[in-house]
Design a protein around this ligand. Sequence first.
Ligand SMILES: Nc1ncnc2c1ncn2[C@@H]1O[C@H](COP(=O)(O)OP(=O)(O)OP(=O)(O)O)[C@@H](O)[C@H]1O
Ligand SMILES: [Mg+2]
Length: 306
Amino acid sequence: MNEIVIVKDLNVMFGNFFAVKNLSFSVTKGEIFGFLGSNGAGKTTAIRVLCGLLPATSGDVIIDDVKFIAGAENLVKKKVGYMSQKFTLYNDLTIEENFEFAAKLRNVPGDLYEKRKKQLLKFIDFENDCHQMAANLPGGVKQEIALVAALLHDPQIIFLDEPTAGVAPVARNKFWNLIKQLSAAGKTIFVTTHYMDEAENCHRIALMRSGKLIALDSPSNLKKMTYQRNIYSLTTHNSEARQYLVANAHDLFEMFAPYGLHYHAIIADSLNEQETLDRLKKYCIFQKISPSLEDVFLKLVEGDER
Ligand SMILES: Nc1ncnc2c1ncn2[C@@H]1O[C@H](COP(=O)(O)OP(=O)(O)OP(=O)(O)O)[C@@H](O)[C@H]1O
Ligand SMILES: [Mg+2]
């Protein structure tokens, strides 16, 4: 099999708290693998272990045929690229200095460094001056430059921890185009995001909750699996109708979540669907919809916590 990442029964504890619990999965070479979950689900912690930056409490991790045992972390660091969630570039260095620093950390020889830097700047379509300070870059460009810095040692697998957080929509699109191109060229991308529209671009998605993996599948299978029952977009006639539905949501719906000016809802299992729809016509209009990943996320990840 072309499995480039294998994780088996991974546990990470801080004191007696499990940040990651019994996590097992594998990632195929060339895959865009999404890691989703609400704040504190354990995504960053798991990534730090996979990058060889944080020791696991127990469990096995194999990255590109290197099994994690004490001392193997250095070997692993050569194989992985990492864009961290909180820190990407040194603001008080120029772009060029950031690149040089990243390349030196990974022992990239000078001639290879120059060649790859050129190729990668072309890849992100950056034609500006590399002697400007990183601090002055717009958010989206800064993330692209950070991606280049993470790719200079030509890693086979790249971990991107919320690479587009706070980035403008157009720049987010461009960044995802880069991700897709990297994947098409055979690189494996392991990415976290809180933007569900972006997650649609992943080949498979792992959903995490409280340190545990709760689902793992392609976006379309996740939707099919999660919603065997019809899902409706519901528009209330007026504010009284809205108040009525909100007040009675618990009895009427299996899922009831605000979605812009509408609600996404599933009629409760215990009720007859058609009868209930007929009864609720005086409060709202219904339109059957295909679920989005946002719906899947709401139901699986946040479902029990609301
Ligand atoms: N070094 C640490 N010491 C103690 N607790 C930690 C440490 N690092 C993370 N945690 C805790 O572990 C849990 C998982 O955190 P983690 O940063 O992995 O979540 P996350 O899924 O990346 O969240 P976010 O979406 O906010 O980035 C949180 O409860 C966090 O407070
Ligand atoms: Mg995180």
